[in-house]
Write a protein that binds this ligand. Structure first.
Ligand code: DGL
Length: 283
């Protein structure tokens, strides 16, 4: 039997679940490994050197598992070291970036860009903003928002957005940290403005690179799955002959794998086959 394509999804915590969810909706028949580096979270307050070394360790685990591609489902890790990881690993490494271009294309004039403190200081992020046209971006880095979102999801603590977000009038909000996308609706309601994130774009890019024999799993020009195009897949539920598999890898002692598995199935309600690995490498 043909081996399923395997993709590693990496984040400092739960933020990458939004990217994973977008991938699962795009097609079936892929095995995903999810690795949350809870031990070293939040990445937003770490140094570049620290982040690069944690990311490298995570991708080494994917390599040992025979991954065909990996995604840094973390804007901070992408801003810090995606290029370095692309040079270091034999498989494609896809990054996640703040969706400032989407906000521009939607016609925003005054958009708020929410990123972690580390992302805000990265040259890659500044260059992304500098390439912009026509929209004035206000960058804000809530120092504890990612951790508060993580705690609200895993421990059920109450998230008070008003304690983390700046007041102001914006006609769009770019969610430049994957954790923020998990409360995208709440942030949209807070500002009464549309929010933009890179989850879908990242998933499409990833699946266009992750195929075997040079064939993309889902490509820009390869959108058909049976009778459905991938575009349609976003608006209606898809039935795939082959289900996806998701394996949550063990992380630190602080990380409760079971909790993540349950949180993911209840929160995203995506149908997939879960494989619960007893052992798994401890990261
Ligand atoms: N989810 C990560 C991102 O997209 C960062 C969260 C953290 O600070 O650990 O930037």
């Amino acid at each position: 039997m043909e081996r399923m394509p395997c993709i590693g999804v990496f984040d400092s915590g739960a933020g990458g679940l939004g990217v994973l969810s977008a991938c699962l909706k795009l097609r079936g028949g892929v095995r995903y490994y999810y690795l949350a580096d809870i031990a070293h979270a939040p990445y937003g307050s770490r140094t570049e050197r620290e982040i690069a070394s944690y990311v490298r360790e995570g991708l080494e685990i994917f390599k040992d598992l025979g991954a065909d591609a990996a995604v840094l489902a973390c804007n901070t890790a992408t801003a810090v070291c995606v290029e370095e990881m692309r040079r270091a690993f034999p498989f494609p490494v896809v990054g996640t970036e703040p969706a400032v271009r989407l906000a521009e294309r939607a016609g925003c004039q005054q958009a708020l860009v929410l990123v972690t403190p580390r992302t805000a200081r990265c040259a890659r992020f500044r260059a992304l903003l500098d390439r912009g046209r026509g929209c004035a971006f206000t960058v804000f880095s809530p120092p504890r928002l990612a951790s508060a979102i993580e705690a609200s999801l895993t421990e059920g603590s109450r998230l008070r957005l008003a304690e983390h977000l700046p007041r102001g009038q914006f006609d769009g909000v770019v969610l430049g940290c994957t954790h923020y996308t998990l409360v995208g609706e709440e942030i949209a309601a807070f500002y009464a403005a549309p929010v933009f994130d890179g989850n879908l774009g990242t998933a499409r890019r990833l699946l266009s690179l992750a195929g075997r024999d040079g064939r993309p799993l889902v490509g820009i020009s390869d959108h058909r799955m049976g009778d459905l195009t991938t575009n349609k897949c976003f608006t209606q539920s898809c039935e795939y002959k082959t289900k996806n598999e998701v394996i949550f890898l063990n992380s630190s002692k602080k990380y409760n794998k079971l909790q993540y598995e349950q949180m993911f199935s209840t929160r995203f309600g995506v149908e997939f086959r879960q494989i619960f690995t007893g052992g798994g490498k401890v990261f």
